[in-house]
Design a protein around this ligand. Structure first.
Ligand code: PLP
Length: 219
C-alpha cells in the first residue's frame, strides 16, 4: 500500500533542504506508481534494467526514471532509451557502455559515480582513491553522451547514527574534493534511504532514494 502522507512529508523535508525525492518503486506494481503519479510524483527509482524498461514503456512518458541499483554492462541496452540518470556507475567500462548505448539513441544520459562508503564489503562502488585516480586521468569526462553529475553512496546498515553521519560526510567531502575535475554538471550527491534520509539531508544530500517508507515493505 502506498502511504501518501509519508510521500508528502518526505517530499517536503527534501525540498526544505534543496534536495529531490526519488520514490523507489522497485518490485512494486504499476497501479502503485500511478497512484503516486496522480499526486504529482514524476521521479521514480528502479534497480533492475528490464523492470525499468517495462515500466517506462507502459507508464506516462513524463516520468523521470532513475536506475539506482547495481548495473551489469550487458543490461544497459534495455534502458538506454528511457533512463534519466544512472546512479551506480562503478567502473570506466560501464560508463563507456552507457555512452555507447546512449549514442545509439542520440541522447545524453546523466550518471553518478558510486563510492563505497560503508564498512560492509558486500556493497559496490569505487574506493575513494580509485575514484581520484579516475578523475585525474580524465577519460570518463571525455565521453560525449554522458553527463557526470556527481556521486552516489550507501551507508552501512546500522543503528549507529554517528557511523552513518561519518560515512555521508565522507561522501560530501569527496564530492567537494573532486569538483575541480568535473564541469558544471557536478552538483549531485545521491545518499539517503528510508532509514537514514534525514541524516543524509543534514549532510548535504541532493537526491534521496526512498522506497519502503512510501510504498510499504517489499517481499
Ligand atoms: C532499494 C533501494 C533504496 C530504497 O530503499 P528503502 O530502504 O526501501 O528506502 C535506495 N537505494 C538503493 C540503491 C536501493 O537499492
Amino acid at each position: 500500500m502506498v502511504n501518501l502522507d509519508n510521500y508528502l512529508a518526505i517530499k517536503a523535508e527534501a525540498e526544505a533542504s534543496n534536495a529531490q525525492l526519488i520514490s523507489v518503486s522497485k518490485t512494486k506494481p504499476e497501479p502503485d506508481i500511478i497512484s503516486l503519479y496522480e499526486q504529482g510524483c514524476k521521479v521514480f527509482g528502479e534497480n533492475k534494467a528490464q523492470e525499468l524498461e517495462t515500466k517506462a514503456e507502459t507508464l506516462p512518458k513524463d516520468i523521470q526514471w532513475h536506475m539506482i541499483g547495481h548495473l551489469q554492462r550487458n543490461k544497459v541496452k534495455y534502458m538506454a532509451a528511457y533512463v534519466y540518470m544512472i546512479h551506480g556507475v562503478d567502473s570506466l567500462r560501464l560508463a563507456e557502455e552507457i555512452d555507447k548505448q546512449a549514442s545509439i539513441y542520440n541522447r545524453t544520459i546523466k550518471i553518478l559515480l558510486q563510492v563505497h562508503i560503508a564498512q560492509e564489503d558486500a556493497k559496490f562502488g569505487f574506493a575513494a582513491d580509485e575514484l581520484k585516480t579516475l578523475a585525474m586521468a580524465g577519460d570518463i569526462q571525455k565521453l560525449k553522451h554522458l553527463e557526470v553529475c556527481g556521486l552516489m553512496g550507501m551507508a552501512t546498515n546500522t543503528n549507529d547514527q554517528d557511523q552513518i553521519r561519518k560515512e555521508f560526510q565522507s561522501l560530501k567531502d569527496l564530492h567537494s574534493e573532486l569538483a575541480p575535475q568535473f564541469g558544471t554538471n557536478w552538483k549531485e550527491i545521491s545518499m539517503g534511504m528510508s532509514g537514514d534520509y534525514k541524516i543524509a539531508l543534514e549532510c548535504g544530500s541532493t537526491l534521496i532514494r526512498v522506497g519502503s517508507r512510501i510504498f510499504g515493505t517489499r517481499e
